[in-house]
Design a protein around this ligand. Sequence first.
Ligand code: ZN
Length: 376
Amino acid sequence: MVTKKKSTRVKGAKSRATAANRANPKTVQSAAYKEPGLMKRLATGAVVCAEGYVFELERRGYLQAGAFVPTVLQEHPEVVEQLHMDFVHAGSDVTQALTYYVHREKLRVIGREKDLEAMNQVALKIAKKVARKTQTLFAGDICNTNIYDPNDGKALKQVARIFEEQVGWAADAGVDYIVAETFSWGQEALMALDAIKKHSKVPAVVTFSIHRELVTREGWTAAETCRRLEAAGADVVGLNCHRGPRTMLPLLKEIRAAVKCDVAALPVPYRTTEEQPSFMSLTDPCCGDRRAFPVGLDPFVVTRQEIFDFGREAYAMGIKYLGVCCGAGPQHIRALAESLGRRPEGSKYSVDMSKHAFFGTDQKIKTVQTEYRSRL
Ligand SMILES: [Zn+2]
């Protein structure tokens, strides 16, 4: 592993030199990917990947909705570690480092740029510890920068720098593969892929988001974007975030038909509709049709059964990289794993109503209770 130059990565030129060294196998003991890795697992079946950490940490009271920057990494690292463990217990095959929104631009917005590298390192360290302990895949993560603008050369340079430094840190930490996620621009997704290919030697999973309109912000369809990503060398392509299972499935069908590589699907666990196909567009009729995003989404959460059905349907379609994004709790990940015929550790506690006080069918349940059932 390259460790001695970590602190230089924040400086552009030196960072690039380090990355070049990394790409040269003669000079670097690579933090490379060892089998059985992601691609081998996908060749033989599905891979379940829990995402949506920032939403779950917000729900647990350790992260502020709005900027959605996981300062919890420094304030309560033990909570992040426990969340990773909870997702693995529920059936995630992957421990994905919580480096989502731990990039230069987001830290600039909250005035914490000085913590950039330290926060990335903490996230990678925690995820690696859990991954190695639980024998799950250790994934790096880069994401939408929020400054991508095709007409702003300066911004594009900053985007490239953000990807390069985060990929560098992930590669140095020895990730098994890197996820690039939640892009609204296809071109930004391509830039992220380019950084993974240039500055690491691990597989790239590239997922992006389709909002209300059925195209990326530059006007590419989901299928076309995936074709471009595949042609540019992505190992897995697909969709994550923003759309719930119902409004993501039709797009996944088109994507599956458009590419040869593995396809990823990580919807948000919300009941999105044709009229309101993304979680940001959902409005709550109970409350003056106010926008439900981000902290009023509770009444729209899908059931475990709905995630189970989604998993079945997507897998039957040939989609093997499956997960749940913002809003996902361990109960969703367990349902997804069970939809694939698995029994993760957490399945020990999956519902069994046979011994329920009123609805139970077990002989030990008194009829004085079961007879009252219809009046409950
Ligand atoms: Zn998400």
